[in-house]
Design a protein around this ligand. Structure first.
Ligand code: COA
Length: 327
């Protein structure tokens, strides 16, 4: 499997840390020191900015980079936590937005922040078995819809955005998925959770009063689990790929918190120059974070063909994943 093209989209509207300091008991210093985040992007629903809109923009850029037409896509995999609507799935909405007429299959993936790596692993299997030729993999999140804007513990952490990647059989000799490891530790499923709004707990006045339609999180538990699981999964994929840390050209981690990234990078002795980091600009865009970082680094000319990319993510579930891809 190889990456044929990438693209990303982030909304124009920026909320910086000073904005939160003006509405909550927090400060730019606190947020910067504890998370590395300086600002994040948020959709403007009045302008029609929803997940499928962001995905359309990102997908068009990826199609142009891959030199493909929308109808060349034969499968859409769409990682998303809060979709446009429960159904139809957002991948089908995207198919329509892209003007596709080939009726290709459309599948949404729900694995929170790890969804892109889940999708990458599924895509690899489907491509290596010859089932599909041009898979459009989307990581797209409108986290501003699950944010409780009165909860300083969570709302400062997230941002909206979308990354798109087109994957197909390798035409460039060495391009290959060298290893992948996915996991989910359901014993910690309550550490990061959105209780209400679905089958178990529909929206009622009581739910709205208790703000259960928004994300709740045990930040310290998630932090510790993230560092441990990311490190273990990276270790495993390095072993499977029979590579040592020096043979990794770029580390592209899920952009949740700079301290988490630094802890994992330190564990593997990755120098700062090898780490792709944009959490300061976009905060945690959930499953969009890795494909956005990947696209930015490719477009900046940092990532070159033949290089080894290590990607690692974690999120609600607690799902996690790591993969090594020769670009
Ligand atoms: N501004 C100011 N103070 C804040 C704050 C904010 N935005 N958010 C929390 N605090 C307060 C807490 O209320 C707490 O106060 P208390 O001691 O009076 O109760 C204090 O800061 C320390 O909280 P603590 O939880 O120890 O901070 P921390 O160093 O663990 O940082 C997180 C908090 C959320 C930044 C950190 O735990 C984290 O990043 N966790 C992982 C979250 C994550 O990545 N989630 C997404 C996974 S995909």
């Amino acid at each position: 499997m190889e990456i044929k093209g990438t693209g990303h989209f982030v909304p124009e509207k920026i909320l910086d840390n000073h904005y939160f300091a003006s509405i909550l008991d927090t400060s730019d210093e606190w947020i910067t020191e504890r998370t590395g985040i300086k600002e994040r992007r948020v959709c403007d629903p009045d302008k029609g900015e929803f997940p499928s809109y962001m995905a359309e923009m990102a997908a068009k850029r990826a199609l142009a980079a891959a030199n493909l037409e929308a109808n060349d896509i034969d499968l859409i995999l769409f990682s998303i936590t809060i979709p446009d609507m429960f159904f139809p799935n957002t991948s089908s909405v995207l198919q329509a937005r892209l003007g596709m007429t080939n009726q290709c299959p459309c599948l949404d993936i729900s694995a929170a922040c790890s969804g892109y790596l889940y999708g990458l692993t599924i895509a690899n299997s489907l491509i290596e078995t010859g089932t599909y030729q041009n898979i459009l993999l989307i990581g797209c999140e409108m986290t501003s819809r699950f944010n409780n804007w009165e909860d300083r513990n969570t709302c400062i952490l997230f941002g909206d955005g979308c990354g798109a990647t087109i994957l197909g059989p390798s035409t460039n000799g060495p391009s290959k998925m060298l290893a992948s490891q996915l996991s989910s530790d359901s014993s910690k499923r309550e550490a990061l959770i959105l209780y209400a709004g679905a089958a178990q707990k529909p929206i009622t006045e009581e739910v709205l009063k208790n703000k259960e339609q928004y994300v709740t999180m045990d930040g310290q538990q998630v932090f510790k689990a993230a560092v441990k699981t990311l490190a273990a999964n990276c270790e495993n994929v390095l072993k499977t790929a029979e590579l040592n840390h020096e043979q990794i050209d770029w580390f592209i981690p899920h952009q949740a918190n700079l301290r988490i990234i630094e802890a994992v990078a330190h564990r593997f002795k990755f120098p700062a120059e090898k780490c792709i980091i944009n959490v300061q600009k976009y905060a945690n865009t959930s499953s969009a974070s890795i494909p956005i970082a990947l696209d930015e680094a490719i477009r900046a000319g940092k990532i070159q063909r033949g290089q080894n990319l290590l990607m690692a993510a974690f999120g609600a579930g607690l799902t996690a994943g790591a993969a090594i891809l020769k670009y």
